[in-house]
Design a protein around this ligand. Structure first.
Ligand code: HEM
Length: 376
């Protein structure tokens, strides 16, 4: 009773009659009981925009301490992020409660993290299913022993540099994102704390190194990943199912899509990563929250698709890895998977009368084979 009496003068001071005030309070308190979409709490939440519903129902701090709550106007100001005049200078020091943070946490913990986790597992499942149904894509015929130059040394060095950093960033990033839920209960606080700290330091170090690599890689591989006439033929002829004689240029349309996803997601990861790494430059925590969400989405998208790329580049397609390890591929492989490119390369080699890269790798210009393919 005493508690109520203490409330009455403050409500009167705000021009609200005691009975109306108590009725409004009862309604507000009852709102969670009548369901999340009903009641003034939800209405207030909606009126305040996305994420508002959750915080509109949160008790004022005064209630927690067992003292009278602060006047509604003060609480509203706090929740709307009104800044005071602090003595510290760190980002957001003047703001007591940054309400958008609740929205960010909700999106991060209830959307990006679980859906991203499922996307990764779904991608693993899809790769396993493809392997179970299609098996390893073998060379159609015997090896000819002739090689075709496919990647220069610079292209290979940059590819493996980016790939290595990608794996380090993926492992450390996944630990940061899922470690608390998955590893902490198993490892215990101190071991997990040490691991998470090491992963964070590693991630912050590898990130900028990755940026340099992805920029160089985007430039080096751009020319052959632009759209070309005949790209769609690969899909029409059953390329996604790895049918032989689905003709393609140096990269088929799926590989080109992977290139563009890697470049765009890589740039998003780089920009958002820098925002998170140097937050003091931006001074507004909303930028960091936005960076964090876009970083998580781009990271999970690129990792999910990378699983398919890694599978096809290693065990999925016989002979594919050789290009990136030695720089050249078996001629039979080139004609089976990238016929238009192989024909063009072979014709170029023949035209150059042995002075080309293909011949310097010991390859015989596949003129006869090219003629055969053209006649098909
Ligand atoms: C392939 C590249 C990358 C992948 C797969 C990746 C992955 C991730 C993931 C999954 C997280 C956790 C996000 C979360 O919990 O919400 C994260 C956080 C982070 N990443 Fe990346 N990232 C990559 C590149 C970069 C780059 C290029 C930079 C910097 C230039 C960077 C800097 C950061 C920072 C600062 C964090 C926040 C760490 C924290 O304080 O919690 N990342 N990354």
């Amino acid at each position: 009773m005493d508690k109520h009496r203490r409330w009455l003068p403050s409500l009167a001071a705000l021009g609200i009659s005691a009975r109306a005030g108590l009725a409004a309070m009862a309604l507000l308190l009852a709102s969670p009981l009548v369901g999340p979409s009903l009641g003034p709490g939800a209405w207030l939440g909606k009126a305040l925009g996305p994420g508002g519903a959750a915080w509109a129902q949160v008790a004022a701090p005064g209630n927690r301490l067992g003292t009278a709550p602060p006047p509604a106007r003060l609480w509203r100001d706090i929740r709307r992020g009104r800044a005071g005049a602090p003595s510290g200078t760190a980002i957001g020091t003047g703001v007591l409660v940054q309400s958008e943070g609740q929205r960010w946490r909700e999106l991060h913990n209830r959307r990006v993290r679980p859906y991203g986790g499922w996307a990764l597992l779904g991608s693993l499942g899809a790769v396993a299913l493809f392997f179970a149904l299609r098996g390893r894509v073998r060379l159609d015929g015997p090896r000819t022993g002739r090689r075709m130059a496919r990647f220069t040394q610079a292209e290979r060095v940059v590819h493996w540099y980016v790939a290595g950093l990608f794996v380090l960033l993926a492992v450390s990033g996944l630990t940061l994102m899922f470690g608390r839920g998955l590893l902490l209960p198993v490892m215990g606080k101190s071991a997990y704390g040490a691991l998470a700290s090491a992963m964070l330091q590693g991630h912050n170090l590898f990130g900028p190194l990755f940026i340099a690599g992805i920029l160089v890689m985007a430039a080096l591989f751009l020319k052959d990943n632009l759209p070309q006439k005949g790209d769609l033929l690969w899909i029409a002829k059953g390329g996604p199912w790895m049918r032989s004689h689905a003709p393609s240029w140096k990269y088929n349309i799926a590989e080109k899509a992977w290139y563009w996803l890697a470049v765009v997601a890589g740039l998003v990861l780089s920009a958002s990563g820098l925002v998170m790494e140097f937050p003091w430059v931006f001074r507004d925590i909303s930028w960091i929250q936005l960076a964090n969400l876009s970083h998580g989405i781009a990271a999970l998208a690129i990792m999910a698709v990378a699983l398919g790329h890694i599978y096809l580049g290693t065990i999925g397609v016989e002979g594919a890895l050789e290009g990136m390890t030695t720089g050249s591929v078996e001629e039979a492989w080139a004609f089976q998977h990238h016929e238009m490119w192989a024909r063009e390369t072979a014709a170029g080699s023949a035209g150059a009368r042995g002075g080309t890269e293909a011949e310097s790798e010991g390859a015989r210009p596949g003129a006869a084979r090219a003629g055969h393919a053209a006649a098909e």
